[in-house]
Every structure is written in structure tokens, then in C-alpha cells.
Write a protein that binds this ligand. Structure first.
Ligand code: ADP
Ligand code: MG
Length: 272
């Protein structure tokens, strides 16, 4: 199969929101860690040229010999880009700033929107049955060709939304893009869920945003809310997911809860 549908049981989730600073990368790292901690085999694909997911997982620039850039331009297989992290069961395909130029480099190629999808399909064929059960794609803060590649490769989209005044702004544009990709490139694509991030219970606005988003998006919003937590923001500078940095903190506990909620949702989807 080369149509964006992954055979077997690999679930591919694209973490997308064209706004920057909403928690995409933080969620990729910590949800990935939490899923691995409860026994899933997880791959994070860093598709942001900034490479924050790679850095936050402790992968320094020198060790990014083969990156998602090479995978996207077609000079390497995804399998060759994989690096194991300090989290057992969690691997990363790192990114470098080269990825900034990829759009121009592949612009005239016929399969430019399916590069990532094909790479993940191939990975699934090459390394099953002991391969990944979850692939999380950390998208750049833009609805560019990289994000379109992620949406074309994904089974579903996971949207982090920051609990701030403009949370819903831009969401309809994102949903429209998802709809377009579903209609033209990836008929199986769905919204897996919306995760509210950086919630501050002392802030009335935060509480109001939660209510608004739940009213607008209904059951698509996960029950789990990620609190604003200083340990979460400190962890990346130590090259660690927060679960390794401070397992007991509220941020770690929330990401563990989100992981079980996602697995639960998967069970329901599969049973349907
Ligand atoms: P994005 O990938 O969407 O641009 P990030 O995940 O990089 O967003 O998060 C933006 C900033 O907010 C980072 O500095 C990150 O450490 C911080 N941050 C994210 N989630 C939390 C949280 N729950 N509590 C505190 N800080 C957070
Ligand atoms: Mg990011």
C-alpha cells in the first residue's frame, strides 16, 4: 500500500497547529515518552527545521548524520535516520536546518506531498513485526509542504491548543486544511483529538478558554488537560523529557494520563 494507509498496527499521528509555541514539540516529546513508558514502541519524526524535538530528546547536532531532510529529498531511508533516545522504546528521526530548503528542492517532483508517507510505509514493511506501534510527527508552525506531507502520512491529527485568548484563532484554517488533505490525498485522515496545553487554574481566562474550546469542538477535546508547569519547560534544556526529569510533577502526570486516554480512544476506534 502506498496511499498513506499504514498496514498493520502502526498508528501515525501528526501533531499540527500552524501557530508556534502552542506545545506541539513538548507534546511530541512527552506523549512519546509516556506511550513508551506504558509499553508502546514509539518513533518521533522531527519535521521542524528548528529541531527542538531532537534537542529536547538529547540528540546533539553532531549526531544528526542522517536526518529527516535526507529522507524527504530521498537520499536516505527513514530507517537509516533513526536514533534511539535515553527513553527505552523511544526513537527519533532528527531534523536539521537543511529541512528549511526541502520545499524548493522537491517542489517540482510529482510525489512531493507523499515523500513522508512513502518513507513511513517502507519503514513499516522493512522492520515489522518488531517495529513501531506509534509514530508521532512533530510538524513545523506552518501549513507548508512539510505539514502537508505529515497530514498525508498520518492516520489522524493531534492538535495542541494553548489555553490563551487566541486559542481558537487559526483552528478553522487548520481544520480546513485537514479537510482538503482528506478529500484529495488521504481519505482515512481524521482528527484524533485536541489537547489543551499550558492550563493555569489561577487564571480565569484559561478556564474560559477550556469551556469555549469544549463547546466548539465537543468530544474531540481530550479529557486530559496539560497544566502550565515549570518542570515541563526546564526539561528540554537538560535534553530530557519531563518524565525523566521529574516524574512526580504535574506535567509528567498529565502526559501519562494523556497517553492512556489516547490508547483508550484507539481501542474504541478499533472496536468500531
Ligand atoms: P511548539 O512546538 O508548538 O512551537 P513548544 O512545545 O516548543 O511549542 O512550546 C513552546 C514553549 O512553551 C516552550 O518553551 C515550552 O518549553 C513551553 N511549554 C510547553 N508546554 C508547557 C507546559 N505545559 N508548561 C510550561 N511550559 C510549557
Ligand atoms: Mg515545535
Amino acid at each position: 500500500k502506498t496511499d498513506g494507509h499504514i498496514s498493520g498496527s502502526i498508528r501515525v499521528l501528526a501533531l499540527a497547529n500552524q501557530k508556534g509555541g502552542v506545545g506541539k514539540t513538548t507534546t511530541a516529546i512527552n506523549l512519546g515518552t509516556a506511550l513508551a513508558a506504558i509499553g508502546e514502541r514509539v518513533l518521533i519524526i522531527d519535521l521542524d527545521p528548528q529541531g527542538n524535538a531532537s534537542t529536547g530528546l538529547g540528540v546533539d547536532r553532531q549526531s544528526r548524520k542522517i536526518s529527516t531532510y535526507d529522507v524527504m529529498v530521498g537520499t536516505a531511508k527513514l530507517e537509516d535516520a533513526l536514533l534511539e533516545t535515553s527513553v527505552p522504546g523511544l526513537a527519533v528521526a532528527p531534523s536539521t536546518l537543511d529541512l528549511l530548503g526541502v520545499e524548493l528542492e522537491i517542489a517540482s517532483s510529482k510525489d512531493r506531498v507523499r515523500r513522508l508517507s512513502k518513507a513511513i510505509d517502507k519503514l513499516g514493511r522493512d522492520i515489522q513485526p518488531n517495529g513501531f506501534t506509534y509514530v508521532l510527527i512533530d510538524c513545523p508552525p506552518s501549513l507548508n509542504l512539510l505539514t502537508i506531507n505529515a497530514l498525508t502520512a498520518a492516520n489522524a491529527v493531534l492538535v495542541p491548543l494553548q489555553c490563551e485568548f487566541f486559542a481558537l484563532e487559526g483552528l478553522s484554517q487548520l481544520l480546513k486544511t485537514v479537510e482538503q488533505v482528506r478529500a484529495s490525498l488521504n481519505p482515512g485522515l481524521g482528527i484524533h483529538g485536541i489537547v489543551l496545553t499550558m492550563f493555569d487554574p489561577r487564571n480565569n481566562l484559561s478556564t474560559q478558554v477550556v469551556a469555549d474550546v469544549r463547546e466548539f469542538m465537543g468530544p474531540k477535546v481530550y479529557d486530559t488537560i496539560i497544566p502550565r508547569n515549570v518542570r515541563v519547560s526546564e526539561a528540554p534544556s537538560h535534553g530530557k523529557p519531563v518524565l525523566l526529569y521529574d516524574l512526580k510533577c504535574a506535567g509528567s502526570q498529565a502526559y501519562l494520563k494523556l497517553a492512556s486516554e489516547i490508547i483508550q480512544r484507539e481501542r474504541v476506534l478499533r472496536a468500531a
